[in-house]
Design a protein around this ligand. Structure first.
Ligand SMILES: NC(=O)c1ccc[n+]([C@@H]2O[C@H](COP(=O)([O-])OP(=O)(O)OC[C@H]3O[C@@H](n4cnc5c(N)ncnc54)[C@H](O)[C@@H]3O)[C@@H](O)[C@H]2O)c1
Length: 247
């Protein structure tokens, strides 16, 4: 952790959620490549090719699963230094068509489950007494309010940013940093599944870099926040949007 060249990630004990998804898989692979010991999790099975030590299938809408997951990860790794929480759900809908079920699933996964998971992990890290890093995936929507039928999703991500700021205040005295990354338009199925060509053109013309981001580019931001280089950064939201949003 002391050398300028040491990013502090070698042998770090890392839990990655949403690892069956585009960004989560890239994050898990990147931690493994950096020499970290990684446990992955998702509600659907995660590829064994990521190089994780173990994989735990868990539906985080069941809040009891957070405790089981954090305990399983810590037991496998001999403790826990980093949680990279990428699990998330987007239901893009015309606002007039949004149902209560659409509201519930997005807020349950993106916000409620995040609270129980991150609190569980922070509690364990506080008991360990060696600090820690919590990083969650917000979205440009936390700031913009969302585009193209994603107001409810945006509200859940706005809540997540506020939540992480509160957790940063709560756990900072234990040496635990809590940050979010806010991806813009990233080339994964979450974005591209039901995106029209017109909507894509609109996004690209509003993005100074004129392209979608890659999952790897979000992973780089997550690893930075987990690294020794980010040791005095907490309660931050890192804008990874290619300039789509400027703040
Ligand atoms: N792709 C983008 O453009 C973009 C933009 C902004 C923010 N994000 C956020 O980044 C994160 C990763 O997104 P992605 O593009 O990899 O999406 P993705 O859909 O590929 O991955 C999300 C993963 O979360 C998992 N998940 C969903 N519900 C779950 C539950 N109840 N319990 C456990 N796991 C669950 C899914 O199975 C999936 O593997 C998400 O939080 C997303 O909201 C993505």
């Amino acid at each position: 952790m002391n050398s300028l060249l040491d990013d502090g990630l070698k042998d770090a004990r890392v839990l990655v959620t949403g690892a069956a998804g585009g960004i989560g898989a890239a994050v898990a692979e990147s931690f493994v490549a950096a020499g970290a010991a990684v446990v992955v999790s998702d509600v659907t099975p995660v590829s064994e090719d990521l190089g994780a030590r173990a994989s735990v299938t868990a539906d985080l809408r069941d809040t009891a699963e957070s405790g089981r997951l954090v305990t399983a990860a810590a037991d496998t790794l001999g403790g826990l230094d980093v949680v990279a929480h990428l699990a998330g759900v987007l239901r893009r809908r015309d606002i007039a068509q949004v149902t209560e079920a659409d509201w519930d699933v997005q807020h349950d996964v993106n916000l409620k489950a995040s609270f129980f998971l991150l609190r569980e992990a922070a509690g364990l890290m506080a008991r360990q007494g060696t600090g820690g890093r919590l990083i969650a995936a917000a979205s440009q929507g936390w700031w913009s309010g969302g585009y193209g039928g994603s107001a409810v999703y945006a509200a859940s991500k706005g809540g997540l940013v506020s939540l992480c700021r509160g957790l940063a205040r709560t756990y900072g005295p234990c040496g635990i940093t809590v940050n979010t990354v806010a991806p813009g338009a990233i080339d994964t199925t979450m974005l591209t599944d039901d995106l029209t060509a017109d909507a894509l053109d609109t996004i690209l013309s509003a993005t100074p870099l004129r392209r979608l981001g890659t999952a790897q580019e979000v992973a780089s931001a997550v690893l930075f926040l987990a690294s020794a280089r980010a040791s005095f950064i907490t309660a931050a939201t890192l804008n990874v949007s290619g300039g789509w949003l400027a703040y």
